[in-house]
Design a protein around this ligand. Structure first.
Ligand code: FNR
Length: 341
């Protein structure tokens, strides 16, 4: 069941990549052009640091898969691309491994192919502390992601209906592990209230993973015969909206969800993200063109991000937060209604 679900997720996520797209609020974030702001490319660094973590680049491959033969091959190729480009990478939910340890190889391949890279283990908020330790040990993880996904579970035919214990379990896990803990959504966004709450639970980083890219409510609804949860399609807040909403909160933020190109990466960094992740788009490149295509895409994104920083006068990704931005359209309305200056 679990292995079949993993294969369904990949198939439906790729179908979405080809489908019609609504407004992407990254398009409502514009850099004000200053013609004399440019610096020299050799003075630009892509390195980023947060919560005791140092990454050579601010782009990462976000959580996707593992748990079936097919997705083990995907993880192998994602790990090779991460190794060849120095990009950090997260596993898919390791719940499949807790239920059936015989699929361990489909996750451990992430470390086997990428022995020196930054690898993140991913679990859900129901995971026991013992299982979280097993996950970290299996892939010698440098950090842990805990995903929260009430909209996905609600639309999922076999999904959870009990969420009230999640904060307590997140707190237990965060206090028990000795690697940085990243709390993430799966494409519906984290509100300011949620970011403040998880900070109090001992989490060290929040990945807002907003609406606008892969839509898991839609994926799960696509697995139902009657599609009766269509009203949850597009639920939540976009990554730019979440970054604006959580401004000033003393917790490092990562951004993902609907990131399409290096300009979106620069926009998210300018809005305060310490790193920017993508999933569905990278998966599509891998499945369409193989591992060399994904290595090519990641290399181009890093190169073009450095080019943008050069033009914008940002020596580091963090310097992008000093750029002048225009916030327009529906994102501007969101800020006005939320009282964001
Ligand atoms: C995901 N995502 C995800 N997230 C998570 O925390 N655990 C998981 O197991 C998965 N599984 C998964 C499978 C597939 C096929 C995709 C495409 C995505 C969600 C992912 O990490 C991310 O939060 C969202 O996909 C939004 O980013 P994109 O796809 O819009 O770049």
């Amino acid at each position: 069941m679990s292995a079949q679900r993993k294969d369904d997720h990949v198939r439906l996520a790729i179908e979405q990549q080809d489908g019609p797209r609504g407004v992407n609020q990254f398009d409502e974030v514009t850099f004000v052009h200053h013609a004399l702001a440019g610096i020299d490319r050799q003075d630009v660094s892509l390195a980023t640091a947060f919560a005791g973590v140092s990454w050579p680049v601010p782009i990462y491959i976000n959580a996707m898969t593992g748990g079936s033969a097919k997705t083990g091959i995907i993880n192998r190729d994602l790990a090779i691309a991460a190794r060849e480009t120095g990009v950090p990478i997260a596993s898919g939910s390791m719940n499949a491994y807790f239920k059936d340890p015989s699929c361990a190889d489909t996750f451990s391949v992430l470390r086997k192919e990428n022995p020196d890279g930054f690898v993140i283990a991913n679990v859900n908020a129901n995971a026991t502390v013992d299982n979280v330790w097993r996950a970290i040990e299996l892939i010698r993880a440098d950090a842990l992601q805990i995903h929260v996904n009430t909209a996905q579970e609600t639309a999922m035919p076999e999904g959870d209906r009990e969420f009230s214990h999640w904060p307590g379990q997140i707190e237990k896990i965060a206090s028990a592990v000795d690697v940085p803990v990243i709390l993430k959504e799966v494409g519906n966004g984290l509100s300011r209230q949620t970011v403040l709450a998880v900070k109090d639970l001992g989490v060290s980083v929040a990945d807002v993973s907003g609406r606008g890219g892969t839509d898991f409510a839609r994926i799960e609804n696509g697995r139902r015969e009657l599609g009766e949860y269509a009203f949850l399609h597009g639920w939540g807040q976009s990554a730019p909206a979440c970054l604006l909403d959580a401004q000033g909160v003393d917790l490092p933020l990562l951004a993902s969800g609907g990131v399409r190109n290096p300009l979106d990466v620069a926009r998210a960094l300018a809005l305060g993200a310490k790193g920017v992740g993508a999933s569905g788009g990278f998966l599509r490149t891998l499945l369409d063109g193989g591992v060399d295509a994904l290595i090519g895409q990641l290399t181009t994104w890093l190169d073009q991000l450095a080019a943008l920083q050069t033009m914008l006068g940002a020596r580091t990704p963090a310097d992008l937060t000093r750029c002048d931005l225009l916030i327009q359209g529906s994102l501007r309305s969101f800020c006005a209604e939320r009282g964001i200056e």
